[in-house]
Design a protein around this ligand. Structure first.
Ligand code: NAD
Ligand code: TYD
Length: 372
């Protein structure tokens, strides 16, 4: 692809001012921790709506460190609100859009919020970057801001054989994945039409501390710790490629600094496992057995397998570091050690969501045939 990056684009380095949307969530807060831990003068502003998935406590570590807190600003607001986004974009050297509605099951129950944040929100951010790019061209600011869109392997859809490469067609199959693919299409359209400096990352299934307990690993960990049933969808032979959150955030940071304008990069974990295998390892780490696991009616349109080829990013010099065999027990230990965090994440609409998503399923659930 032609390098559209404007001549005046900044190198993102020490002292940069970065706007991280969704920075109170799971991956965003890890990215903020890594950016500020550089202690190289990087300034970070987080814009986060604090939906049920956003948690200010995820940023407590940086806010408690005087050196980091001095270079950190938190703004509560919606990426779909131009009056909030505009002034923040005017001060940013780069915008990293981590904000999204992120849970496939909720996208099946209520898709609209996914479209509002994933399509309109991305459009509002891109309009702000477009305005700032034009301002830079007129000499009103030194550099146009770089825009990094955090996307997902789910935009490729189900992959029965081989591994997705960055030039594969996008074929999303859930409302969540369709919203993410739509956001990406807007990003590439704006890059081509308006000459914006954009890059995209597509990360694989991510796990680690601070992940909202609606997702497989934290849900099954917290349920197992509490002695509650584990609702395994269908036969449990769906395959995901697992990536530790510290690697996912490091991959985003690497692409921010080294990615070529207009390009997308797979951030692959390199650890493909069927859900049954992940569940078996979780049971071992929590000291429970298969009697807690129930096979329940499957998720509609459930993608059987995701798998990405990570060689494009590897060729630039980046690879994940955390082995799943180490990362999973460490993650279980974090949840065991943080009951207050779990209680706060399982507050608000949690009980209503859980009853809606799992009430009938668990009632229809069966013990798992381990020989199947
Ligand atoms: P998360 O649900 O933990 O956090 C999302 C954050 O975005 C929350 O803090 C929430 O308050 C905020 N947010 C939501 N809507 C917003 C809006 N309109 N304006 C401002 N803030 C808003 O999500 P996560 O797991 O950290 O995922 C972060 C990003 O990474 C998402 O874009 C997701 O699609 C992508 N991703 C996630 C995974 C994964 O396995 N978790 C894998 C690949 C890609
Ligand atoms: P999830 O964490 O929701 O991530 P994604 O759907 O984005 O891959 O689910 C990971 C896998 O675990 C997926 O195959 C669905 C399955 N799963 C269950 O079997 N039971 C559950 O309760 C959940 C939340 C997920």
């Amino acid at each position: 692809m032609t390098d559209l990056r404007p001549d005046s684009a900044p190198a993102i380095g020490p002292g940069a001012h970065l706007l991280v949307t969704g920075g109170a969530g799971f991956i965003g807060s890890e990215l903020v921790r890594q950016l500020l831990a550089r202690r190289d003068g990087t300034r970070v502003t987080v814009l986060d709506k604090l939906t049920y998935a956003g948690n200010r406590a995820n940023l407590a570590e940086v806010e408690a460190d005087a050196g980091q807190a001095a270079r950190f600003t938190f703004v509560q607001g919606d990426i779909a609100d131009p009056s909030i986004v505009g002034p923040l974009a005017a001060e940013a050297d780069a915008i990293i859009n981590v904000a999204a509605e992120t849970h496939v099951d909720r996208s099946i129950l209520d898709p609209e919020a996914f479209l509002r944040t994933g399509v309109i929100g991305v459009h509002v951010l891109l309009e702000a970057v477009r305005g700032e790019t034009e301002r830079a061209r007129r000499g009103g600011r030194e550099h146009a801001p770089r825009f990094l869109q955090v996307s997902t392997d789910e935009v490729y859809g189900e992959v029965s054989e081989g591994r997705s490469t960055e030039t594969d067609a996008l074929a999303p199959r859930s409302p969540y994945a369709a919203a993410k693919a739509s956001g990406e299409l807007l990003v590439s359209a704006y890059a081509i039409t308006f000459g914006l400096d954009t890059v995209v990352t597509r990360g694989s299934n991510t796990y680690g501390p601070h992940q909202h307990p609606e997702k497989l690993i934290p849900l099954f960990t917290t349920n197992a710790l509490g002695g509650h049933p584990l609702p395994m969808y269908g036969d449990g032979m769906q395959i995901r490629d697992w990536l530790h959150v510290s690697d996912h955030a490091a991959g985003i940071d690497f692409v921010l600094r080294h990615g070529v304008t207009g390009e997308a990069y797979n951030v692959a974990g390199g650890t493909e496992l069927p859900n049954r295998e992940v569940i078996g390892r979780l049971l071992a780490a929590t000291g429970r057995d298969w009697s807690l696991v129930r096979t329940v009616p499957d998720r509609p349109g459930h993608d059987r397998r995701y798998a990405m080829d990570g060689s494009k990013l590897a060729a630039l010099g980046w690879r994940p570091r955390v082995d799943f065999a180490d990362g999973l027990p460490a993650t279980v230990a974090w949840y065991r050690d943080n009951p207050d965090w779990i209680a706060s994440a399982k507050s608000g609409d949690w009980d209503a969501y859980y009853a809606r998503q799992y009430g009938d399923r668990l009632a229809a659930g069966r013990a798992v045939d381990r020989t199947a």
